[in-house]
Design a binder for this molecule. Sequence first.
Ligand code: C2O
Ligand code: CU
Length: 435
Amino acid sequence: GAAVHDHGGQGGAGGAGSVSVTDLTGPALGAPDKRFELVADEKKIKLASGAEVDAWAFNGQIPGPELRMTQGDVVEITVVNKLDHDPVAVHWHGLDVPNAMDGVAGVTQDAVAPGGKFVYKFRVDEVGTRWYHSHQAASEQVARGLFGPMVIEPRTPVTAAQDVSVVLQDWATDRGKVTAFGTADQLDRRALPAGTQVRLRLVNAANTTHDLAVLGAPFRIVALDGTDLHGPTELRDRKLVVGSASRVDVEFTMPAGPVRLADLGDPGSGLLFSPDGQGDLKIPDGLDAVDVYSYGTPTSTPFGPDSHFDRTYKMVFDGGLGFYNGGFALRQAINGAVFPDVPMQMVTEGDLVRLKFINRGEEDHPMHIHGHHFLVLSHNGKDVSGSPLWLDTVVVRPGDIVEVGLRADNPGVWMDHCHNFDHTKLGMVMHLAYA
Ligand code: C2O
Ligand code: CU
């Protein structure tokens, strides 16, 4: 496992047997259809309440600029590092890009030193809500603000009249920790006429799971992690459990009264839409959570829990004191080991791979696999593959057993880790590697 960190340059997996350089960099691409520039720099940010964050921001804004593109576009994104002392690298979370473009410092590229830049280039074949964030010292850099939303529209747009990305973050401010949607840590009221079709693209950039709610209008969850759900039914006044790094797209039609997006853990913050930009909406007690595992209308999938899997890997998560970083320390372990001692999960291109996540700890572990989407096969022993949920991050709650399946179709060495970056830092990191 340790070898992964020793690879310096681009294409860190260069030593891997049958995998070629083109496998890792993707096909040669022509002139880009879209160009973006993301400049990382220090910037003091004021939240709506006046609380200040010693932020690090892309292009001086929090969240960073929304990168909007169209399916099939070749995009070129230049990341410029203007931070005083810290190197950066940017990961396109939920986009299955070629390995060399994945933005994981120490694995797929060298981090970009202060004063330097790196040009990412890839074609976007998937549609939906993704996001980008620093993947260098992420527990500090993402917490400080180096993230932003990314939306890939389908070739034939189906856009709602109001299509809004909303990025949620826990900020460390001069007044303590607060939750905010962007920089709104207080109720942010916006005017929207009755009858308007609204799509909210919720991105949880925080390390922790947030219980959100959409109140005041019937709504549908139309996509999870950017992938459209099959036959989503209408919901009303329900709690949405949103794990770290997950995206939830909801749609509703503006009624005559207000609609509120609330964070149940911080009722003072949130967004309120109403025809005159005024009003309020109480959060009812005891909202039922949506069981996303059984929310979609079942349909057939290319594989399920009973399929033949070429490889199965089981990961038991547990936190606590153990041997870490040369001493007895707090750590978050996988099968009793911490990075870099967690064995790599070896796969061969074409394999159908099953990963079984078992949480024996007391905290949520939002498990994210780079470079691949997986189908959730089962949840606590129940077959949920029909829903179907194609995700890039699944939150495994204390006591939960979640099985996911994926097709190994994107060669390289891919990070596979808990997306609570505080846990990442405490060792909860593996890699999926192609032989
Ligand atoms: Cu959001 Cu390793 O990534
Ligand atoms: Cu974790």
